[in-house]
Design a protein around this ligand. Structure first.
Ligand SMILES: *Cc1c(COP(=O)(O)O)cnc(C)c1O
Ligand SMILES: [Zn+2]
Length: 404
């Protein structure tokens, strides 16, 4: 491998988040071979700091690969990019005023390629899978991860296989197919799609990129946390409110803050991490309220907010632990509240948020009303995607007139 195209990645090994054992990072890995739990990428942060300085990272070309020392890809030739990352952190005073919040910020992930933050995780995972020799990649998805996988696999020249629920948003089904992936619609939920992927992947030798069963999607999503700290002048906000499905972003942002503290770029203070789910599918909220360390799977999950239709998540224990450690909480909103929230964000700030972003806003309003969030606090609303993909969830009643 030519050293001239080395990224400077300081990746050293993979470490199990449950049993702590270390595993080789330079071969394709999924869950811990010893205990079946989530593996995290670990870095030599001292080595990373030799080239990764706050000045260097600010001067590099925009995008998430500015953070390459803290990402897993070793050879720059293997980076598969469509320009993901560096989404804006928009002050939202008009939206905030609706709840009396003075310092509301929207991290607008709808600006990413394929219209959601899934692009970050998939860019990292597809790049690393290619680097480690994968030819075909597959995943189960509620929708957006399928579009992102299909796009990045096309760009990488890899085969892509996407399994999504038959009622996934129309545009997610179409975009995945247009990007050239094999798309299979499953009568069931994302977990049922996961069972199909496991079977087909083992039959055909595809690499399974199920989130957090694969260690590097979380690394891509981690860059949201790196950017947030940078955008706030190396401070952390008081509160981060996140629409929680598989929880990759929640886990990734928390990991980013830990690494930044170890680098000495931020202090020990952490934002309160708050998970929003919908009433029809709220495994993390229920487990949080019951004081459980793991979240039992929800049966008969029903919600129109597709990114939150995740009845069981492999990283449940990581999410619950970090929410508690941060002093955060978890709460539900209804689908109707989420869809109304989507309109409020759009009509006050000009951001056509995904319904998941609408759910976050609905959650923030409840938290302010309950006194859980103070009106003076700096609150980040994670808008994880663009609303432009969800035409079927939006109905408008418009006047029609004849020609004058
Ligand atoms: C996938 C998705 C989510 C859930 O993300 P996780 O990190 O898996 O919890 C939220 N919003 C949108 C728009 C998504 O596509
Ligand atoms: Zn383990």
């Amino acid at each position: 491998m030519a050293t001239s195209s080395g990224t400077g990645s300081a990746l050293t090994h993979l470490q199990c988040t449950a049993c702590g054992r270390e595993h080789d990072a330079d071969r394709l890995q999924t869950l811990c071979p010893d205990c079946g739990k989530v593996l995290f990428a670990r870095y030599d942060l001292g080595r990373a700091a030799r080239t990764l300085t706050r000045e260097a990272v600010a001067a590099r070309p925009r995008g998430m690969w500015r953070w390459r020392e803290l990402l897993p890809v070793r050879d720059a030739e293997n980076i598969v990019s469509l320009g993901e990352g560096d989404s804006p952190l928009l002050p939202a005073p008009r939206l905030g005023a609706l709840a009396g919040l003075k310092r509301l910020l929207v991290k607008d992930e709808g600006t990413n390629p394929t219209g959601s933050f899934k692009a970050r995780g998939i860019s990292a995972a597809v790049s690393r899978a290619r680097e480690l020799g994968a030819r075909d990649v597959a995943l189960p998805t509620a929708g957006n991860a399928g579009g992102a996988l299909a796009a990045y696999a096309a760009r990488a020249g890899l085969g892509a296989h996407v399994y999504m629920p038959v009622d996934a948003p129309e545009l997610n089904r179409k975009e995945s197919s247009v990007y050239g992936a094999e798309v299979v619609l499953v009568r069931g939920l994302i977990n049922d799609c996961g069972a199909w992927v496991r079977r087909r992947a083992s039959e055909h030798g595809w690499f399974d990129l199920s989130t957090l069963k694969e260690p590097y999607r979380a690394e891509g999503k981690k860059t949201m946390g790196l950017e947030l700290a940078e955008q706030l002048g190396w401070e952390v906000p008081d509160v981060i409110v996140y629409p929680t499905g598989g929880g990759t972003g929640l886990v990734g942002i928390w990991k980013a803050l830990e690494e930044l503290e170890q680098l000495g770029w931020i202090g020990a203070r952490r934002p309160r991490m708050i998970a929003v789910q919908t009433e029809g599918c709220a495994p993390i909220v229920q487990a949080f309220r019951q004081g459980l360390d793991h979240a039992p799977a929800v049966h008969g999950a029903r919600t129109a907010i597709s990114g939150l239709r995740v009845p069981a998540a492999v990283a449940d224990f990581l999410m619950l632990a970090l929410i508690r450690r941060s002093g955060g909480t978890a709460l539900t909103v209804t689908d109707e509240e989420a869809l109304a929230g989507m309109r409020e964000i759009a009509s006050t700030e000009g951001v056509f948020a995904a319904p998941e972003g609408g759910a976050v806003w609905a959650g923030i309003k409840k938290l302010v009303a309950a006194g859980t969030i103070d009106r003076d606090e700096r609150v980040v609303l994670m808008n994880t995607g663009t609303g432009l993909k969800y035409g079927e969830l939006v109905s408008v009643d418009l006047p029609v007139v004849d020609r004058l």
